[in-house]
Design a protein around this ligand. Sequence first.
Ligand code: DHE
Length: 590
Amino acid sequence: MRNRVSQMVALLSGVATASLFVLGMSTAFAQQKPSPADLEKHRTTPGGQYQPSLDVLGEKPVEQPGAKPGDPVLSKAEFDRANQIYFERCAGCHGVLRKGATGKPLTPDLTKKLGYEYLRDFITYGSPGGMPNWGTSGDLKEDEVTLMARYLLNDPAQPPEFGMKEMKETWKVIVPVDKRPTRKQNKLDIDNLFSVTLRDSGEIALIDGKTKKIEHIIMTGYAVHISRMSASGRYLYTIGRDAKINLIDLWMDPPQTVAELKIGSEARSVETSKHKAYEDKLAIAGAYWPPQFVLMDGATLEPLKVVGTRGMTYDTQEYHPEPRVASIVSSHYNPEFVVNVKETGQILMVNYTDIKNLKITSVEAERFLHDGGFDRSGRYFLVAANARDKIAVVDTKEGKLVGVIPSEGKTPHPGRGANFNHPKYGPVWATSHLGDEVISLIGTDPVKNKQYAWKVVQKFDGQGGGSLFIKTHPKSEHLYVDTPLNPDAEISSSVAVFKIKDLTKEKPEFKTLPIGQWSGISEGQRRVVQGEYNQEGTEIWFSVWNSKSQESAIVVVDDKTLTKKAVIRDKRLVTPTGKFNVYNTRKDVY
Ligand code: DHE
């Protein structure tokens, strides 16, 4: 069985030839019941779970390509269903156009060589190479698996483009600039406000950092991914998975959405200009589909320029038809946005001083760029090339690649990372990993600690894999590592905390904080996700993230004593995930 599976992996990798298929692996699959141990190897891993789901795109009507002679014929209803499943479950890895991303290409020239039965079995059992076991896990029913195998033998669907015309049709200025207040109208302590994503209700909650009171709930795009703040802190920008941006004026009483814009069908990132003389002036958002980013007026969201990211991969210099835009940060050294293009591995330094004559420096980095943040000086940007187990470092002052460093763990996922002064190695930036328990520290001071700069100076183990975010604060003596995607319920509902001064030990010990238990909620998986500090750096907030029909909460931890300080439980807190403290977000404090 094991051999058969690895042959299948090789075949999908395009290494083996079609003749292997004739050996009848799928027939053997059907005849021989795999053992539980074999099936275990095909289970979805935390990495497999954490793949983009293009569920918004899945709901869009897409034209059905005509079937070629010999292709399995799908009715319109079957095509629509298969298309939806494909965008929700498969496109994140195999690409919208099925040309491959972190997963293999699935274009008909390849799938036809593999054949119907082969595809059916592969979808059913998955592979140890990362393909989830959609069938045996019960995520897809048998008829859905067979439908998908037939769908993949047809030509790929082509979802619609979304250019300036479509954007302008969605653009709304709800409160024009001259009708907005000229000074703050409310009593909110804006710099200590938290913008909390309520993922499955399509809202954000504005929570006061001191009283922990939910001040306002604001409707936004579907499943807001992140909030980012304008340089002054007045404006809050959210972006939904549906690529809708809400511009919220925090000076108004109550704060409200003053403009809206959709920049595509699927998106994850938004940012604002922070360079001197450009504070609050411009915004930028990046899309997964279509592959593009958009520069906008910061106060109205008027789309000013759409830039496609289709182009060549940095290494093999081959054309990629759908490179998604992952994280975007705003340079503090130059009037530039740093735009990370996932599939081509190019980091684009987009100079926004002259939008008509746009200057973009393309920095060759590494493929599969995802999330990242600045070092403590704000000069260097470190970003995970997650499927390559590497961290790329860019000098935003010089606009140059510093290096690409193996992270020494499996699938780095830093969020924005964590910066602190290591007792032995000086300033370091930390990442945890999705695929294993490793926490890696990279030296970030090329002047006073040159010998440690831009390499992993230390790695140690946390409580397990499935980590998404790592966090500390300049005033803190602790480093917190979450593990929301760990398959063990106890691990996914707690966080590990290290004392920074103890990191001199070869195997630093951590304390486990049972955040899920502290929340007082007993139902659900209680995934504990994304620590975020208050403005003062005295407490760290964690989301206890349950499904939509279950209760969720936010637990506030006292950073000095590592004890529970408060629990925010409220029926309006539906699926809280990311939390963004206004001050820390606008100043890039992490
Ligand atoms: Fe995220 C950041 C993409 C799943 C919560 N996420 C990001 C960024 C990207 C991204 C590109 C960086 C934005 C930036 O800095 O400009 N995330 C994706 C995906 O493609 C993926 C894997 C699957 C998907 O379909 O979206 C994914 N992300 C998740 C989740 O499942 C999380 C936990 C809950 C959710 O909302 O879906 C989640 N992502 C977050 C959060 C951040 C984030 C909280 C910001 C962290 C920060 O500290 O800045």
